[in-house]
Design a protein around this ligand. Sequence first.
Ligand code: NFE
Ligand code: MG
Length: 570
Amino acid sequence: MNKRVTIDPVTRIEGHLRVDVEVDGGRVKKAWASGQMWRGVENILIGRDPRDAWAITQRICGVCTTVHAIASVRAVENALQLEIPVNAQYIRNMIILAHAVHDHIVHFYHLSALDWVDVVSALKADPEKTASLAQSLSNWNGNSKAEFVKVQERLKGFVGTGQLGIFTNGYWGHPAMRLTPEVNLLAVSHYLQALEVQRYASKIVAVLGSKSPHIQNVAVGGVANPLSVDTQSVLTIERLLAIKEWMLKLEDFVKNVYLIDVGAIGGFYADWTKYGKGITEYLCVPDIPLDGKGEKFALPGGYIEGGKLESYKPITTFNDKYFTDGVSEAIKHSWYNYSGGNDKSLHPYKGETTPNYTDFQDDGKYSWLKSPTFYGKPMQVGPLPRVLNMLAAGHEPTKKYATAALDLVSKVAGAKVGVDALHSTIGRHAARAVGCAVQVDELINQWDLLLANMAKGDLKTFNRPVFPKGEQMGVGFHEAPRGVLSHWVVIDSGKIKNYQCVVPTTWNAAPRNEKDQPGAYEACLIDNPVADPEKPLEVLRTVHSFDPCLACAVHVVDQEHNPVVTVKAV
Ligand code: NFE
Ligand code: MG
């Protein structure tokens, strides 16, 4: 018998997401993803100075706080064909990478691990056994028996008072929870350690970006950090050395804890390589530009068709028309109208943002998200597309970390697990950790590049933009933590005429498009198991594996239409 399950709101994400599934025979047969709050940042930008857009668009989100600033300045620079000093590129790159590392650590441990880790079960663990297991996998200095005893005591304190604090309301004891008490204790300990470690990434962003969350140092034309080797008031060698130390702490944690935990948990949950595949059209953009123009990148990107790595088609520069021409957004199932008809799909330079709320209609309009497509097809974006594209491009560091992660999964699972297993719910977590290891190495590399360039006497960080009369169009893309982010700006004589943000979570959490094809969340949920419709943990596993950010996806709260949230798990 068909059962409808509505999860509203989905928690441990950013923003307001509703997910509906129809379950039959313990499996998901149909799914809907719905953005439940309207934002309209794009409309706020009309008529403004393009040099201010980065500060406004950055307020789209409090999670990926830096990414809209970066995409925005890149869009305006692209419209002006303005080159920026390479030092500015290195400083922006360090901010981007530190932010990404932060985002991934927090997502795995604090937003999603509790879908897989039973906190209450950790009370039954033998800390000695946890220590010997942990030490067999990694030489991280937080893996001592004393540490695990301490964490277990803390947990007993929580549970003894009946107050689980941050651990309240998990699906503890759910039949889909499969880890031993020892592994659960290990994971809970690393959850708490990760809270400490993530601060180092935020400190890097704060020092380089002058503030975190929401950096203050970018400018159309570069960055506002004056570099100097001999005054205290600017970005000095002393500060840069402090940053380097924090980078090394992050490197230690990512390689010796995060990557290992994902490999081990992936091995214990090897059956989850069978679920969550869905859309295998994988889009990723190149990032970490190594020159002032955006023609050379440290991390490759492109498009993979139907999951076949050999179909990889690279996106090569900030001006690559292959990317620019391919993107379009539909609203047939979204709470908007298009002046030319709601069955149309519009290129972002011609994009429209006109709200039309109807309530939730299964076969009609049901989301505030638009449906982006690349050459007419819905895409999956994010950590998995990123890693697969980098593998397809022959990126050596990605190969190294992907091999290490899959070898560990195979060892724990007791069976060979290959790249194919990545096209799945648990594979998305593994890919995020692999990408994070690549990013932490590149973070350190960008520091080296900046210092080497400063040593040559180049301290330049800003080229002044000049806005000509007439119309210019530009796109700024960025491989944000959740995937492909692009900002599209049309400038008319120094003022913004149109602005569209096409955001990672919009790609992934999109409703059906103009051809009624489902978005990535919707497609990935099909055939997902659901043991107990009252506690749809397995649905949350697949949705959380994308790290949803609905604040980004539906970019100003509409006071009039703010819908009442109903929580029901039927
Ligand atoms: Ni608000 Fe974001 C990222 C952007 S969203 S978190 O990464 O852009 O999908
Ligand atoms: Mg948009």
